[in-house]
Design a protein. Structure first.
Length: 153
């Protein structure tokens, strides 16, 4: 699938993804600081729906959706590079995620965000009605331990 708007394009063609751009952003963002490049590569390889935002040939945004394509989807790693913010590309990317054919008719979607509630709310996203039903395991130090283990090898 591809969507075009002037000079910008959103595409689900995984062969177009620019791992240097994606890793370069994720390694420094608040939700995955220090993430190793091979972990990003493995995550992308094992994700069914990946969308890149492009300004010509340059990748300027990304999102991935972990899904069974029947009942559930988890939206992750959504970003637009700082140099391209303020142009509506994040909103357009989320629109394209919601329009993707593999993601139609799902019963439940989820995501985690610290500061982008305003981006997602217009698409129907809201805080859980009953957060007591949700459970999680969070290991915020996992990437630093991976780096320590590699350094010791």
């Amino acid at each position: 699938m591809e969507w075009a708007d002037g000079r910008f394009e959103v595409s689900d063609d995984a062969t177009r993804l620019q791992l240097d751009v994606i890793h370069g952003y994720l390694v420094r963002c608040y939700w995955s600081p220090g993430i190793p490049r091979d972990v990003v590569e493995r995550a992308i390889a094992n994700t069914r729906v990946v969308l890149g935002v492009y300004d010509g040939d340059a990748q300027v945004g990304f999102a991935r959706v972990i899904t069974d394509e029947a009942t559930y989807a988890y939206l992750a790693d959504v970003f637009v590079l700082e140099s391209h913010r303020g142009r509506g590309l994040g909103k357009w990317l989320v629109e394209c995620v919601h329009a993707h054919p593999a993601l139609q008719g799902l019963r439940r979607w989820s995501l985690v965000t610290r500061d982008a509630h305003g981006l997602y709310a217009p698409f129907g996203w809201k805080s859980p009605a009953d957060a007591t039903r949700y459970m999680e395991i969070v290991d915020s130090e996992v990437y630093s331990r991976i780096g320590e283990n590699r350094a010791a090898e």
